[in-house]
Design a protein around this ligand. Structure first.
Ligand code: 6PG
Length: 256
């Protein structure tokens, strides 16, 4: 593990949001691993256990692999509960499964104890899986759950977790976890809702690569109305960690 954490080439902190841009994907993922370790250690210095939620998709895989190698710094994983901010409606062995991705990139290390891994049961109907998962979150975190850290990605259409544009779960104001029909994918998803996301102590968005440059600029500059723009932790820290390619269209014209 290198002793020095990569420094951002660009940083802004305003209106309750921090944006950090790193020179390369390698720097981004190393810095993200350090930030995750820092947030967890800080949390464990105050509480007996810590609860984090992993994001799915392809972007965080490199982060999970670094965490599995201890690249972020020492983490007392035995005291960390690991959940998922969303899942596809598929069984855990399916190639589309976010759980499978995390299993292959992080859990295979054996660092996280089986009893602390709380996966969304994507093999059930989306409604059953969402209900079951809300119960599991409340069993571990109590009736007013607030995650210590929620990791999120960003889709090219501005979706995050499985909160897609024009999907019903965007309007969910009570449930903490919802089944969400995504017409354009002709499939159901299970996702954290805004009420749960916006209770988090820390929310970390991670985006990498030139394909994300347009949507990153639109979302961060407040253009349009994208699901990811409505993730605004009430009392928590909102952090966007980007590489230069994904931030390229934003740092040219950062929002005033
Ligand atoms: C999922 C994710 C989703 C993801 C974005 C970005 O289950 O797909 O949780 O919100 O973060 O779609 O995906 P990529 O990282 O693959 O670009």
């Amino acid at each position: 593990m290198s002793s020095v954490s990569p420094k951002p080439v660009y940083r802004e902190a305003k209106s309750g949001r921090i944006v950090e841009v790193f020179n390369s994907p390698t720097d981004l993922f190393h810095a993200a691993a350090r930030k995750v370790a820092e947030i967890i250690s800080d949390c464990l210095s105050k509480k007996q256990s810590c609860a984090i939620a992993l994001s799915g998709g392809s972007t965080p895989k490199r982060l999970y692999e670094l965490l599995a190698k201890g690249e972020g710094g020492a983490i007392d994983w035995k005291r960390v509960h690991v959940f998922f901010s969303d899942e596809r409606n598929v069984p855990p062995e399916d190639k589309e499964s976010n759980y499978r991705m995390a299993k292959e990139s992080l859990f295979a290390s054996g660092l996280v104890s089986e009893t602390n891994i709380h996966r969304i049961r994507g093999e059930l109907s989306a409604d059953e899986a969402a209900q079951q998962y809300e119960g599991e979150i409340k069993r571990v975190l109590g009736n007013n759950p607030a995650f210590d850290l929620v990791l999120l990605g960003l889709g090219p259409d501005g979706h995050t977790a499985s909160l897609f544009p024009d999907s019903p779960a965007l309007r969910e104001s009570k449930k903490l976890v919802a089944a969400n029909r995504v017409d354009k994918l002709k499939s159901d998803r299970i996702t954290f809702t805004y009420p749960l996301l916006n209770r988090a102590e820390h929310v970390m968005f991670l985006a990498s690569g030139p394909d994300k440059a347009d949507i990153v600029r639109s979302v961060l500059s407040g253009e349009g109305d994208y699901p990811s723009q409505h993730v605004r932790p009430v009392d928590g820290e909102l952090l966007w960690m980007l590489d230069k390619d994904s931030a390229s269209h934003y740092i040219e014209h950062p929002s005033r």
